[in-house]
Design a protein around this ligand. Sequence first.
Ligand code: PLP
Length: 392
Amino acid sequence: MSSLMNTYNRQPVAFVEGKGCYLTDTEGKVYLDALAGIAVNTLGHAHPALVGALNRQAEKLLHVSNVYRIPEQEALADKLAEISGLSEVFLCNSGCEANEAAIKLARFYGHKKGIELPSIIVMEYAFHGRTLATLSATGNSKVQAGFEPLVPGFIRVPYGNIDAVQKAASPEVVAVMLEVIQGEGGINLVSDEYLRALRVLCDEKGWLLIVDEVQCGMGRTGTWFGYQHADVLPDVVTLAKGLGSGVPVGACLAGGRAAGLFAPGNHGSTFGGNPLASVAALTTIETIARDGLRENALKMSDLLRHDLEKGLRGIVGVREIRGRGLMLGIELDRPCSALVAEALAAGLLINVTHDTVIRLLPPLIFSEKEVEELVGKLVPLIRNFLKGFLKG
Ligand SMILES: *Cc1c(COP(=O)(O)O)cnc(C)c1O
């Protein structure tokens, strides 16, 4: 059919155009986008501020090497430091690369302390990417199968259990790495108390607290970053997905005892933070701030949850609606990937993760009208799906 390597289960649709929260396919059919490229299209599609900034930058300069100063990248780093509370930024192109940088940073930190075989505590059901180190850190055997030997130096514990982290302590441990909300793992949350306890434990032990905000960061949960709900400050934060609103860009932020570790030659990236990508991220941040999109995420989240709860109340097979801001999951009591194609037919883009969790990650510009349309389409789909099942 095509020369593409067979790495995705693709839906039989191709889009030619997007505007706001809607996409149009090759046949002219319009879809409401409640997935946003998996938390990527923060500003929706063809946002005038982003289109304008990218056009202006493309006419000036797309790329220069990191052997030169890049003012756009310096401005982005300053902005990210300001909104995160961390102090320095390495720019790359994706989430796995941001996490690779974080893992390297943690190992480097360990070696500087004289630890020869540094280990990082990671979580069950975590997702950190598909490079060798990040798939080794990932808590999903399907992601790892066939790619052994895995990268050593990861100790896995149950998510959200502080005693388990305490028990995993050893002289080799240098860091704890986790998502504040697990995305691929099924929209799983930890309590603010757990994060604060983790911060205290990391301080006691001299470990780095590494927070993977690749999916839940960039305003999606109503704060710039998920950890800000718990009022803790990590040592390392990784970003990608929503950072550039669709332009590939990732970042590894460091502060506290993780700052000042790398020197020239320790890490690098050819494309990382080039002028175009930096402008995309800067414009995304500016637009989120200017247009109150964090506040909007919270407001639309309340409305969406309320309407979903109302629409799904009493339906046997609906287990739970959970999440924060515009990162919501609806857990059913059975595998429901079939819903993705049914939603597509109904002109709605959603996703199912962890087999049983319908995942909603709409653009942060989502409006009341779009919430209404989403609920109006999704609730009957879920209702019919579960009914069909009962009949056999
Ligand atoms: C998607 C994701 C990654 C990997 O990002 P890529 O850009 O696909 O490499 C890492 N961590 C989390 C939490 C993610 O959701």
